[in-house]
Design a protein around this ligand. Structure first.
Ligand code: SF4
Length: 455
């Protein structure tokens, strides 16, 4: 091969914004880029860049990746642990952390070796990129991770929007559009500060609006804004929300999409104000999603969530004052959660009577505090592996039992109670089993002894 390298940017399940952005940047620089969702089509480019969102993908897509004949690069949130990637997948290179600059530099090296040095690029290996920052590769049985590069500039970014974006459905939105990166929060279960850092970096409003127009022109209708936590847009310091910047952001996007098509997916209970809630009510579809996590102050402290149960109560009350619908996310079976802590969570859910609930079993993301804690916790002390006595006939674990109990409670104690039919119960059992299986696999994977070594 002696030509400008071609690349497929592949996103396995949905069009992640990160993948669209990488594809947009490479296209802007004149590279031939194909954007692909799923593994159904054959890959016939020199390089495949696969953006992976979740640790379970490392187990789920092993076969598909093995079958691909191209130089394979992995990026996305899973790169918090390059060792794990190399242990699971047969790939050439990992782009560690934010990928925009690195992937561009990789393609430049490819181009140089192919066109100037006339090297057959099918012979290239990860170690040929050792002079680049922010990559990891295998060399002589070791995993080498090069020094991390400086954070990417968020100015003038414009993603490559696929032609079928109007049919994408990511929790009700066609796209989760990036408004800022980083979160000064320190929640032990969350990969955002580990991946993007704790300093908030916001995109210029005019760039965001230009990109919203670009998405709408290509057929997208429903836009969700994403960043660590919504109201941190424009913020300089933690708990120092720039209300004006956030409100201007909502107003600007809403003018283009219409309020009912704009969603603000998540927000911290301690980063709201009456003005912010008023703007959410006026410029968005009128929902807030609070990260509540637990009804136990002891567990909130252990998670380093930085909020109290009383702050949760106050936030829900404030949102209701502005006629905003409230949804809450809860995490059960966090390490050290005792039966009384879980009972406090059930009681809080009953008390709040939210409009919607998202309930998850604690998932240990490698590179986070929770990831480390679960890695160190013997399986026999992890309630994900303890048999439930209450739901023995459904073959659930104690962690799954808690998730199921909270899910059932959340249907009965919500603003519009939903009767618990057999069908709904069956669906909930299937949901907790699927969550439990997934997290058990991830837990066993991260507890395996490390094979590689990092430099
Ligand atoms: S506030 Fe939200 S985004 Fe920030 S660390 Fe906590 S969970 Fe993650």
């Amino acid at each position: 091969m002696s030509h400008k390298p071609t690349i497929t940017v592949l996103t396995p399940e949905f069009y992640s914004y990160g993948a669209l952005l990488i594809a947009g940047i490479l296209q802007k620089h004149g590279f031939s880029v194909k954007l692909q969702k799923g593994f159904n089509q054959e890959i016939n480019t020199d390089i495949i860049f696969l953006s992976l969102q979740s640790t379970i993908h490392l187990l789920k897509y092993q076969e598909e990746l093995n079958d691909i004949n191209a130089f394979k690069i992995i990026g996305g949130p899973v790169t918090l642990s390059p060792e794990l990637i190399f242990r699971c997948l047969s790939v050439d290179l990992v782009v560690v952390g934010e990928g925009e600059n690195t992937i561009y530099n990789i393609l430049r090296v490819f181009e140089k070796k192919s066109i100037l040095e006339k090297i057959e690029t099918s012979t290239l290996q990860g170690s040929d990129f050792k002079d680049l920052e922010g990559v990891a590769f295998h060399e002589n049985g070791k995993i080498i991770t090069t020094s991390s590069g400086s954070p990417a500039s968020l100015d003038k970014q414009l993603s490559l929007v696929p032609t079928d974006i109007s049919s994408e459905n990511i929790r009700g939105a066609n796209v989760y559009l990036e408004t800022h990166r980083g979160c000064p929060g320190n929640c032990g279960f969350c990969g955002v500060p580990c991946f993007f850092g704790r300093k908030v970096r916001s995109r210029p409003l005019e760039d965001i609006l230009r990109e919203v127009k670009h998405f709408l022109k290509k057929g997208a209708k429903k836009i969700a804004i994403s960043g660590g936590t919504g109201s941190l847009y424009g913020s300089g310091k933690f708990k120092n929300v720039d209300e004006e910047a956030f409100i201007e952001l909502l107003q600007g996007i809403s003018n283009l999409t219409g309020p009912k098509n704009l969603t603000i997916p998540d927000i911290r209970v301690d980063l709201i104000s009456d003005d912010i809630l008023e703007a959410i009510s006026k410029y968005s579809n009128g929902w807030v999603f609070f990260g509540i996590e637990s009804g136990s102050d002891q567990i909130l402290r252990h998670m380093k969530k930085g909020i109290t149960v009383d702050q949760v109560r106050e936030a829900v009350k404030m949102a209701r004052k502005h006629n905003i619908k409230t949804a809450g996310s809860f995490i059960v079976a966090y390490p050290t959660e005792e039966e009384e802590d879980f009972q406090d969570t059930l009681d809080l859910a009953d008390e709040l009577m939210l409009d919607d609930y998202f309930i998850s079993i604690a998932e240990p993301i490698p590179g986070t505090d929770l990831g480390d804690e679960v890695t160190d916790l013997p399986l026999e002390d992890n309630i994900l592996f303890h048999e439930s006595q209450k739901y023995k006939r459904h073959n659930l674990s104690l962690a799954e039992e808690r998730a199921l109990d909270l899910m059932m409670e959340s249907y009965v104690f919500r603003s519009y109670p939903v009767p618990m039919t057999q069908n709904l119960l069956d669906n909930l059992i299937a949901e907790v089993k699927s969550q439990g299986d997934h997290i058990k696999s991830v837990t066993k994977l991260i507890k395996n002894p490390k094979k590689g070594q990092s430099e």
